[in-house]
Design a protein around this ligand. Structure first.
Ligand code: HEC
Length: 174
């Protein structure tokens, strides 16, 4: 059994988990949770190619992502969209946006030597956002909708599979 002891799963149970289906070594979690946007979401755990890690996100119910296997190599290519503003390499400097080396799992606005927007600073104060799968997935869908007032001038990535590939790759950049 994989270890499900993480905050995400706790949230699932807290929100009345309706079904856990296990087959073929793959786990699906299906339930309804309240998201910040109050839309109906399904909870999906997606495998990552050639990795024993997974990505767990809340996704819109109309998209069936349960069979998708995220591909970090595709994610690396998608990260090209970010590189005008972000350096992903170890020791990389801040550009228009902060260095993203090791950002996965960090609290929002963790760099002390980068000047974040006041919207980001306010979120940091609240302390609710850290860059796990779910937050990255929502932020990268529509940055300006997720964090109103962010200075990240990027429209977002519409395709959920592209976001999953990118998150799979970002998890490795640490
Ligand atoms: C046009 C420039 C630009 C592009 C393109 C861009 N970003 Fe950003 N990004 C920023 C800026 C600026 C911030 C700081 C936001 C703030 O302070 O409001 C930021 C913040 C972030 C953060 C939060 C970092 C932290 O320290 O909390 C993440 C994660 C992130 N971007 C990921 C991405 C990814 C992934 C892409 C590509 C899909 C991308 N960004 C594309 C400018 C950009």
């Amino acid at each position: 059994m994989r270890n499900f002891e993480n905050k995400f799963i706790v949230a699932v149970f807290a929100a009345n988990l309706i079904a856990v289906v296990v087959f073929g070594g793959r786990y699906y979690l299906t339930g309804n949770i309240e998201t910040p946007h109050k839309e109906q979401q399904q909870l999906v755990e997606v495998e990552i190619e050639d990795s024993n890690q997974t990505i767990a996100i809340a996704a819109p119910v109309e998209e069936d992502l349960s069979d998708y296997v995220a591909d970090p190599e595709k994610g690396r290519k998608i990260s090209g969209k970010c590189k005008a503003c972000h350096d992903f390499s170890q020791g990389g400097k801040h550009k228009t946006g902060p260095s993203l080396w090791g950002v996965y799992g960090q609290k929002i606005a963790h760099h002390t030597d980068y000047s974040y927007s006041s919207a980001f600073e306010a979120e940091k104060e609240k302390g609710e956002i850290f860059w796990d799968d779910t937050h990255l997935n929502e932020y990268l869908l529509k940055p300006k909708k997720y964090i109103k007032g962010t200075k990240m001038a990027f429209p977002g990535i519409r395709d959920a599979k592209d976001r999953l590939d990118l998150i799979a790759w970002m998890k490795e950049q640490k």
